[in-house]
Ligand binder design. Structure first.
Ligand SMILES: NC(=O)c1ccc[n+]([C@@H]2O[C@H](COP(=O)([O-])OP(=O)(O)OC[C@H]3O[C@@H](n4cnc5c(N)ncnc54)[C@H](OP(=O)(O)O)[C@@H]3O)[C@@H](O)[C@H]2O)c1
Length: 182
C-alpha cells in the first residue's frame, strides 16, 4: 500500500482538556500562533480527518478535503462536503485507500473519540500545543485515558511516540508546542 503518514493536532489546557463541559472550544484554548501553525500544517496535508461535530462547528473556506467520522455513514461515502466514514463499518486501511489511493499526509484534529481511535491506528506524529497555566474543569479530555488522570504525555509515550524539544510559540501564557514522533 502507498505510504500514509498520520499527524494529530490538539491544543490542551494543563488538565488535558480540548473543549469545555458544553463541548465548545473556550476562548482560553484559542491562540493565534497555534492557529497559524495548524493552518500551515493543514496546507501540507492531503486530507483532514475529523468528527462530525468538529466538521459542523468549523467552516471550510479553503475547501480542503475532509474525511468526517459519523455513524450515519454506511462505510465510506462521498458527499458534497467530503468523505463520510464510519469506522464501525469499514476499516481505516480500506477507507483511506479510497480517499488517498496514492498515499499522502493525513491531519487529525479530533475530537476525543477520533483522537482515541487513531491511538490504535497509529500516529506518525502528534503536535501537542499546551496553553500553560490554564484549567478547563469538567471539559472534554484529549484522550479518554486522560479522564482517568493520565497525562497526554504518558498516553503518547505509551503509544510509542517520543518528544521533540518544547518550543514556546507564544510567550504570553505561555503557549508551548511539543511534536511527538514515532
Ligand atoms: N482543543 C482542540 O485541539 C480541539 C480538538 C478537537 C476538537 N475540539 C473541540 O471539541 C469539540 C468537538 O469535539 P467532540 O469530541 O465533542 O466531537 P467530534 O469528535 O468533533 O464529533 C463527534 C462525532 O463524530 C462522530 N464520531 C467520532 N468518532 C466516531 C467513531 N469512532 N465512529 C463513528 N462516528 C464517530 C460521531 O458522529 P455521529 O453523531 O454522526 O455518529 C460523534 O457524535 C468542538 O468544540 C471542537 O472545536 C478542540
Amino acid at each position: 500500500m502507498s505510504r500514509i503518514e498520520i499527524h494529530g493536532y490538539a491544543i490542551v489546557s494543563d488538565d488535558e482538556r480540548i473543549a469545555d463541559a458544553a463541548g465548545r472550544t473556550p476562548d482560553v484554548l484559542r491562540n493565534e500562533a497555534d492557529w497559524a501553525y495548524f493552518q500551515a500544517e493543514l496546507n501540507r496535508s492531503e486530507v483532514t480527518v475529523l468528527g462530525r461535530l468538529g466538521h459542523e462547528a468549523n467552516p471550510n473556506p479553503r475547501n480542503r478535503t475532509r474525511m468526517i467520522l459519523s455513524s450515519s455513514s454506511r462505510g465510506i461515502e462521498r458527499r458534497p462536503d467530503g468523505w463520510w466514514w464510519n469506522p464501525g463499518m469499514l476499516p481505516w486501511a480500506e477507507a483511506i485507500r479510497m480517499v488517498l489511493p496514492h498515499g499522502g499526509r493525513v491531519a487529525v484534529p479530533g475530537g476525543r473519540r477520533v483522537f482515541d481511535l487513531f491511538l490504535d491506528i497509529g500516529y506518525d506524529a502528534f503536535h501537542l500545543t499546551r496553553a500553560e497555566g490554564i484549567l478547563v474543569p469538567g471539559g472534554i479530555a484529549l484522550f479518554s485515558a486522560c479522564e482517568a488522570g493520565r497525562s497526554a504525555e504518558a498516553v503518547l509515550s505509551e503509544a510509542g511516540l517520543a518528544p521533540d524539544p518544547r518550543q514556546v510559540i507564544d510567550p504570553a501564557g505561555p503557549v508551548s508546542l511539543v511534536v511527538w514522533r514515532k
